[in-house]
Ligand binder design. Structure first.
Ligand SMILES: [Mn+2]
Length: 355
């Protein structure tokens, strides 16, 4: 954690400070969760500014070279630091702040405020490579997800609604140790499965339906993401055929996940196979994305992205085929990129199951 802030600091010139405003990057650099506050970093110092609600806990949890400051009025405290550190220019994180807050800050701050897309982007690039500790947390989030999913599968029967499934799964995820769900859980069935991000409805599960579960947990700030499609009672020949195409596309993409290959290599492997089977137009989203402190982060695993995969990135592999008014299939696991290939972070099988 301390090296992270040092790395950021090394990018800054004298007389320049960087203001981190987003909750997620504040947590990334301090390991401390709060709903408000900023980090003020200069070439040789770093401060976490929090209000009264957080100051005691922050002082206890933050050790080392980040000084915790309690503020009453945030801009006053920032101005004191501007003066203390001889700052002329404050670069502000540009992916988080609202226009309203930016214009208020510009008016009140006694330094020039600039946004710097490149610097903000560098943080997102740093976050692509996960530490051992971060990988462990993602794996724990995944274990919680798989345990909960298997418990849910045992109790599924025709007659239950999609909404009830989602509620039961959320209950299980939290019982099994999730601090929260990673996103609005997708538990959809039948025709609804042709909507890649369909919302659980009052639809009742019935025999012959596909059920898609796109689910995940958060553990100590880190997300997991997994999708399984299962059939209830029986599956038609067409359902089996589409499922097998998606599974093969997933496997082909997985083989391309290794250090040195690009995101485009992975996406093309899945997309070209799906196209070769006649379903090109029914796969309209990217093959995957990075996962970590956010459910979707860099890199985007898509054919236009030539980002080179590096060891310790965690990305999803989630090709799908969606036939409007019929059904859809998506199969998703997270993969840890390694030197020689990748590690599938899910243990649950991906072959079609009929429940
Ligand atoms: Mn995903």
């Amino acid at each position: 954690m301390l090296e992270r802030i040092d790395k950021l600091r090394s990018l800054l010139e004298d007389n320049v400070a960087f203001l981190i405003t987003s909750d997620v990057n504040r947590f990334y650099y301090t390991g401390f969760k709060s709903s408000a506050g900023v980090i003020f970093v200069t070439a040789d110092k770093a401060f976490l500014l929090v209000d009264f609600r957080y100051v005691e806990a922050a002082k206890k949890s933050i050790k080392g070279n980040i000084e915790v400051i309690c503020y009453n009025k945030l801009t006053d405290s920032i101005n004191e630091l501007v003066k203390l550190c001889g700052i002329k220019k404050v670069i502000i994180e540009d992916e988080d702040i609202t226009i309203g807050r930016l214009s208020r800050l510009s008016k009140d701050l006694k330094a020039t405020i600039v946004t710097d897309f490149k610097l903000s982007d560098k943080i997102l690039n740093f976050r692509m490579i996960k530490s051992v500790d971060e990988i462990e947390k993602i794996k724990t989030a995944q274990k919680i997800t798989e345990k909960s999913y298997l418990e849910l599968l045992n109790s599924i029967k025709a007659g239950v609604s999609e909404k009830k499934l989602s509620l039961e799964l959320e209950h299980l995820l939290k019982l099994n140790g999730a601090e929260r769900i990673a996103f609005d859980l997708i538990t959809i069935s039948g025709r609804n499965t042709s909507l890649p991000h369909g919302v659980p409805s009052d639809n009742i599960l019935k025999d012959g339906d596909f059920i898609t579960f796109d689910i995940g947990a958060v553990y100590d700030g880190y997300h997991s993401d997994m999708t399984r499609t299962v059939a209830l009672g029986h599956a038609s020949d067409k359902m089996r055929e589409v499922y097998s195409v998606v599974l093969e596309a997933h496997k082909r993409a997985a083989l391309k996940i290794k250090a040195g290959n690009t995101c485009a290599d992975v996406d093309n492997a899945a997309r070209d196979y799906i196209a070769s089977k006649g379903y090109r137009e029914y796969f309209g989203h990217s093959t995957g994305h990075g996962v970590g402190l956010e459910i979707h982060e860099k890199p985007t695993v898509y054919l236009t992205n030539d980002t080179v995969l590096k060891p310790d990135m965690v990305i999803t592999n989630e090709p799908g085929i969606y036939l409007p008014n019929e059904f859809g299939v998506r199969i998703e696991d997270m993969y840890l990129v390694t030197d020689n290939g990748s590690e599938d972070l899910a243990f649950i099988d991906k072959e079609l199951i009929i429940i």
